[in-house]
Design a protein around this ligand. Structure first.
Ligand code: HPA
Ligand code: ZN
Length: 352
């Protein structure tokens, strides 16, 4: 029997809602693994690898996490990734993330990684991919979490560099299921990467792209029309274009929304001003994700709890819809999704 969100209670006591948001089965579809690198791990890896840091201690590094926009964050994020040198470093970073994700009710994680951030420093691409892939296999075996990788191209670099990165990665293609597009969006329309996405599509990869975070709604249209992506990462600015909203809703294009990120990078001033309720009301397939949890104040369950606290319009039926959207928007098989949705339904059935 299919559980309908409408049959759920309209509200729940605060602590009960928090517990539900934390334990409900969910997928995380927008997390940059380099953005899960906690300051403590940055310092531990710096020591292990003999890398000098620009900050004297963890507190000083954390204090530098005061961002005014996407670029001011990216400068610190790329610097933090400089401690990653060996296969074990990539494994340890992803394993730390996956343990936290499992504790947050994540059954499926589709994890972004930025190979160019590492190859530019002389780290071989196989070191990056094999370390991350080992953590993903371990997550399935030890945590029961299905974890897969999505290779992202940096949009501040050229398409030629993206094509070269793809060629370098192809010997390890069984370790990643798709490609994405991240880094600074303003002034860098998706069309710049038309050829590399066409090639990835021909190779059978899943396709996603960041669009409509700081960039205009036109970039979301372009990501769909030119890059032919299956999901839009962020996409919150779609509400500025009613025709686009209709298009996204009709085609059920998932949006991987990241509330903490949007507030830290000043897309919205506060969580209370976030447009997540409006996205859901517009019939969009929105999901909640952490983006860069070590930098933005918390992991996926914290994003859910604090966003629901800030927006009283959000209750159990929105929680169900968001979790269900995340499972259905994943690139897992239909059988896997059905099994996860059944677990979600039994979690919510306990409320009635
Ligand atoms: N946007 C673009 N690039 C990124 C982000 C983001 O939120 N996080 C890490 N790289
Ligand atoms: Zn992102």
């Amino acid at each position: 029997m299919k559980l309908l969100p409408q049959t759920l209670p309209e509200t729940l006591p605060r602590l009960q809602l928090h517990a539900l948001l934390r334990r409900m089965p969910k997928a995380e579809l927008h997390v940059h693994i380099e953005g899960s690198l906690e300051p403590e791990l940055i310092f531990a890896l710096a020591q292990r690898n003999g890398v000098a840091l620009a900050y004297p201690d963890v507190a000083a590094l954390r204090a530098a996490y005061a961002f005014s926009d996407l670029q001011s964050f990216l400068d610190i994020y790329y610097a933090g990734a400089g401690v990653l040198l060996h296969e074990a470093d990539f494994h340890d970073m992803a394993w730390a993330y996956l343990q936290r994700a499992a504790a947050d009710g994540v059954l499926r994680a589709e994890i972004f990684f930025d190979p160019q951030t590492h190859t530019a420093r002389g780290v071989p691409i196989d070191t990056v991919i094999t370390g991350l892939a080992r953590a993903c296999r371990r997550a399935q075996a030890e945590l029961g979490v299905s974890a897969v990788l999505i290779l992202c191209f940096l949009r501040h670099l050229s398409e030629e560099e993206a094509l070269a990165t793809l060629e370098q990665a192809l010997p390890w293609r069984e370790h990643f299921i798709g490609v994405g597009l991240d880094s600074s969006e303003r002034g860098r329309p998706p069309g710049k990467f038309a050829r590399v996405f066409a090639r990835c599509r021909a190779l059978g990869f899943h396709l996603v792209a960041h669009a409509g975070e700081e960039g205009p709604p036109a970039y979301i249209h372009d990501a769909l029309d030119i890059l032919r992506v299956e999901r839009i990462d962020h996409g919150v600015r779609c509400l500025e274009d009613p025709g686009l909203v209709q298009r996204l809703a009709a085609a059920r294009v998932p949006l991987t929304v990241c509330p903490f990120s949007n507030v830290k990078l000043r897309v919205f001033d506060t969580l209370a001003q976030h447009n997540l309720p409006a996205l859901l009301d517009a019939g969009l397939c929105a999901t909640v994700n952490s983006d860069d949890p070590a930098y933005f104040g918390g992991y996926i369950a914290d994003n859910f709890v604090q966003t629901f606290d800030a927006l009283p319009q959000l209750g159990p039926s929105q929680a169900y819809a968001l979790a269900r959207n995340s499972l259905e928007a994943s690139f897992a098989t239909a059988a896997e999704k059905a099994a996860w949705v059944a677990r979600l339904d039994s979690c919510f059935a306990e409320l009635n």
